[in-house]
Design a protein around this ligand. Sequence first.
Ligand code: ADP
Ligand code: ADP
Length: 228
Amino acid sequence: MVLFEDVSKVYEDGTRAVDHLNLEIAKGELVVLIGPSGCGKTTTLKMVNRLEDCTEGTIKVGGQDITKTDPVKLRRNIGYVIQETALMPHLSVAENIATVPRLLGWKKSKIRKRVDELLEMAGLDPAIYRYRLPDQLSGGQKQRIGVLRALAADPEVVLMDEPFGALDPIAREKLQNELIQLQKTVKKTIIFVTHDMDEALKIADKIVLMRRGKIEQVGSPEDLQQNP
Ligand code: ADP
Ligand code: ADP
C-alpha cells in the first residue's frame, strides 16, 4: 500500500533527514516508526502526504507515484493526526469530523450517519457529543475526535505522529486500546510515529527502528522483544 524506494530527504540547509530509505507497508498493516529524536521519523511521515517532498527516490501509495498525484487530492485520501491535533475551535465535533467528507461533496444524510457511526465507535454518545465545541472536551476526547476526523472519509492510509504523546498515561492507554480494537475491525494502513517503545510493542504489527535517517532494524514486536 505504501512503498518507499530509495527515498532521501535533504533539507535546504543541507541536513540529510532521511537517507536511502526502503520500506514496504502492506494494506491493513500498522507500522510504527521509532527512534531517537531527530532520526527522521516525522520527515518520513510528511513525505507520504507531501507536506515535504523527497529529494531522491520514489514513494508510491496504492501503486501510484505520489509526485504524479495532486497533493490536495492525495491528502483527502491520507488521514493525518499529530500530537496536538488542532480541531477548528468554532466548529462542533460533528463539523470537525465531517471536514473531508464535506470537501468530497458527500450528501448531508450520509455525513450525519458517518459522524454518528464514528462517535459510537469511539464510545462517545452522538446525542451528547455531536454539538460540543472542542473546548468542551477533555484532552483525550479532543485527540479521539482528531483520530475520527482522520478516518471520516475512509482514507487508504492514516499517518499518526505521536498522536497520544501529549496525553496523561490513563488517557494514553485508553486511546492505544481503542486503536488496537479499531484495527481488529477496520484494518487501516497506518504509519505511526512514537519514541515510546512500550507503545510500539503494544500496538504495532511491524516496528521500524530508525537512526540518523536510516532503517536500523525491522521486525514484529515479538522479534524485537527476543533480540532487543
Ligand atoms: P524525528 O521526527 O525523528 O525527531 P525529524 O524528521 O523531525 O526527526 O528530523 C530529522 C532531521 O531533520 C533532524 O536533524 C532535524 O533537525 C532536521 N529537520 C527537520 N525539519 C527540518 C527543516 N524544515 N529544515 C531543516 N532541517 C530540518
Ligand atoms: P477523559 O475520559 O478523556 O479523561 P475527562 O475525565 O477529562 O475525560 O472529562 C470528563 C467529562 O467532562 C467528559 O465527559 C468531558 O466531555 C466533560 N467535560 C470536560 N470539559 C468540559 C467542559 N468545558 N464543558 C462540558 N463538559 C466538559
